[in-house]
Design a protein around this ligand. Structure first.
Ligand code: PMV
Length: 348
């Protein structure tokens, strides 16, 4: 009889409100600045990953959205090697433990949203893979420890190990031992916060984040100012705003940081454009909305793609979604086809 072991988990997408952009070590995925994000709910944008291991499997295999994909990248290999290293230690300490570290893995992963369209698919993907294998291997590691492994797959993946408001502390050690995710506040801390995702385009992004970051680090003159001066101050202020449930400040810092991130992209040479004309229209509309209310009722943020995430408080939902619908609802193809589609995932 062939013995198999299974484990299945889901990991949600996280969307940064203080962006990670730049690596100080690209093989360990160590960032040049700390970052902050909000994790979306398990019910909506998520990756579901099932892993199995068996002595009868011949090689490691990954199926992503039904297609066989390569696991040969250094990012995937680093995660698998680390997890196997920890499992091996466990097997050495407990000779009765099955030698799972020596068996091939079969990983089956499904995203319920467009892959690689700037909707943080790699974050949810690596977080789910690392968590599922750690569970299969019964590793006695807490989420911060696991976040260091997921980080090696995709930097932002480390933040998807936690729900709620999460910081990725950049750390200073050369081996990355202190570059990990920590929770700023749990999901229950600020339950009134919501996010709407405006899917401007579900196409794959033109410039993958790793290449984009390298270009920015090498060529942007603004970049140094961003990582040394702007982000450290913003990190403190944003953490405080989250703990104080101060939406006005949280929104301002979120929008400013999105602007700052896209500014260093534009300042790269040749420039990187992630936002398109529809994205810019969204920025304008949110600014007008906030101006008309005399306060920040909504905050936009854009990752490495044209899609927008709009954060707002539940009490302002009708106002915010009403405006979005007013401006984009009449576009041909609203909802599901072309134009801008929006989904409002539950955050917690
Ligand atoms: O984790 P990566 O390598 O896909 O980079 C993510 C970069 C941004 O999404 C633009 C910002 C962030 O902090 O998530």
């Amino acid at each position: 009889m062939t013995i198999q072991y299974f484990s299945s988990v889901t990991a949600p997408v996280n969307i940064a409100t203080l962006k990670y952009w730049g690596k100080r070590d690209s093989s360990l995925n160590l960032p040049t600045n700390s970052s902050i994000s909000v994790t979306l709910s398990q019910d909506d944008l998520k990756t579901t990953t099932t892993v199995a291991t068996s002595s009868s499997f011949s090689t490691d295999q990954l199926y992503l959205n039904g297609k066989l994909e390569s696991l040969a990248s250094q990012r995937s290999q680093s995660c698998l090697e680390e997890l196997r290293k920890y499992r091996k230690q466990l097997e050495e300490n407990d000779p009765s433990a099955p030698k799972l570290s020596q068996w091939p893995l079969r990983i089956v992963s499904v995203n319920n949203f467009p892959t690689a369209a700037g909707l943080a698919s790699s974050a949810a993907g690596y977080a789910a893979m690392v968590y599922a294998i750690a569970q299969l291997y019964e590793l006695p590691l807490d989420r911060s420890e696991l976040s260091k492994i997921a980080r090696q797959g995709s930097g932002s993946a480390c933040r998807s190990l936690y729900g709620g408001f999460v910081a990725w502390e950049m750390g200073t050690e050369i081996n990355g031992d202190d570059s990990k995710a920590v929770q700023i506040a749990d999901v229950s801390h600020w339950p009134g916060i919501k996010a709407a995702i405006l899917v401007v385009s579900a196409e794959k992004k033109e410039v993958p984040s790793t290449g984009g970051m390298q270009l920015t680090v090498k060529t942007s003159d603004l970049f140094d100012y961003r990582i040394k001066k702007v982000v450290p101050e913003r990190f403190e202020k944003m953490s405080k705003a989250i703990l104080a449930k101060d939406f006005e400040t949280f929104a301002e810092l979120t929008m400013k940081d999105s602007n700052s991130f896209h500014a260093v992209c534009l300042d790269s040479y040749p420039p990187i454009f992630y936002m398109n004309d529809t994205s810019k229209r969204i920025v304008k509309i949110i600014n007008e909305l906030n101006k008309s209310q005399g306060r920040n009722v909504a905050a936009y943020t854009f990752d490495a793609g044209p899609n927008a995430v709009i954060y707002y408080e539940e009490k302002d939902e009708r106002l915010v979604l009403g405006v979005i619908h007013e401006f984009f609802g009449t576009l041909q193809g609203w909802e599901k086809k072309k134009g801008v589609e929006y989904v409002v995932p539950k955050l917690f």
